[in-house]
Structures are given as structure tokens and as C-alpha cells.
Design a protein. Structure first.
Length: 97
């Protein structure tokens, strides 16, 4: 006989964990895509964006991303990796000894 209450608990926990891990990872990617802050002139106007760059000449090392965005991205990636490792720990019985 199937214990439907236990099945529902496991299903909802798995669904929540999967959604949380996907949300953390996508939030980390979003933080990596944070643009540099716009430069405000003395008169209060904002400098226009730089000219568009060709995809072949993009320099990924010089994105001028804010440091807080990089730190938040790496924190999200670390938390999602910890969640995946914890899930593997729960699934593999040999790790419980």
C-alpha cells in the first residue's frame, strides 16, 4: 500500500528544492550580467552608453561589473552547489555511515 501523505511530502520537498536551486543559480547569472554604473555629469545628466561592441571582440575580463555583484553571484553559485551536494548526500545511502 502506498502512503500518499509521505509521497506528497517528498514530492513537495523535491519541488521546492528544485525551484530554490534553479532560482539561486539564475540569480547568480543575473548578478554576473549587472552592467557598470552610469556616469553622472556635474549638470546632473547621464553620459550615454558606450558604442555597441562586436561579439567577436568582446573582452570578458574587462566588464567593469560592480564588486558587490560579483560577490553576490559567487555566493549564489556557492549556495546552489551546497544544495546539490546536500541532495546527493541524502540520496546516496553509503554517505550516511
Amino acid at each position: 500500500m502506498i502512503d500518499w501523505a509521505a509521497f506528497l511530502i517528498v514530492f513537495s520537498a523535491a519541488l521546492f528544492a528544485a525551484a530554490a536551486l534553479v532560482a539561486l543559480y539564475s540569480l547568480g547569472i543575473r548578478f554576473l550580467a549587472t552592467p557598470p554604473p552610469k556616469i553622472v555629469r556635474e549638470d546632473g545628466s547621464v553620459e550615454p552608453d558606450a558604442p555597441s561592441r562586436d561579439d567577436e571582440d568582446d573582452d570578458v575580463d574587462a566588464l567593469d561589473r560592480p564588486r558587490w555583484a560579483s560577490a553576490a553571484a559567487y555566493a549564489c553559485f556557492t549556495l546552489s552547489a551546497i544544495g546539490v551536494l546536500y541532495g546527493i548526500y541524502l540520496i546516496v545511502p553509503a554517505l550516511h555511515r
